[in-house]
Design a protein around this ligand. Sequence first.
Ligand SMILES: [Zn+2]
Ligand SMILES: [Zn+2]
Length: 242
Amino acid sequence: MGDAVLPRRCVACHAGIKNPHANQLARFACCACIHLLEGMSNVRCRRCGLTLGPRPQAFGWTHCRHCKPEVAGNVDQQSGCVVCCDYTAPFDQWIAQLKYGKAHGLGAFMGTWLGLNTQKAGCALPDLLIPVPGSQEKLKQRGYNQAALIAKHAGRHIQRPVYTDWLVKTGEARAQAELGRGERLHNLRGLFRATRPMPAGLRIGLVDDVITTGATLQSCEAALRKAGAKSILLMAVCRTPE
Ligand SMILES: [Zn+2]
Ligand SMILES: [Zn+2]
């Protein structure tokens, strides 16, 4: 089972790994796949993770056009968002393999990558991580929750604990794919519940695999805030582009 710890082949493309000690990601993936990750733009909206265009720093942009009004309204000064890449090829296939193909090596790779990006983001590191919970039914089908797997490896990388039972899913929403942006948020309201009072002085990292509209994370965030959380960092590997 040594391979599970130190795979000789890239978890993403299965090419041979020449130098597994080259950097922190090289024990998971080949140079070509790591290069793909490093080419992704990380200049993103601090609220929802959308890319901000080629030269946002020059214009002083920190938020996308959807989030600007909300931030200006002072609703959300203590949040932040870390996203590694757009939900496009080949990353969408990596996520699919993680979700449906039991590709746990990819989970370790992407979780570590998320941990690295969190360190690079320049914001305060979270004190603990909470993954977005999946439904009981999916957990039974797949045997694992991909967000929890990513959180485990991100947490290991930044040396923070992961609590998988602090947030639970209390019901099933209608399939999100059928709904529009506004409807999605309404559909998910009240679907998640914190299982204990949140320590207000701590910064919580809320972890998911993909941000699609942000509705799921916002619903989770609302549940954590209701339980007393003050500072929440949203962390996801991928973000669906506009
Ligand atoms: Zn590869
Ligand atoms: Zn935004």
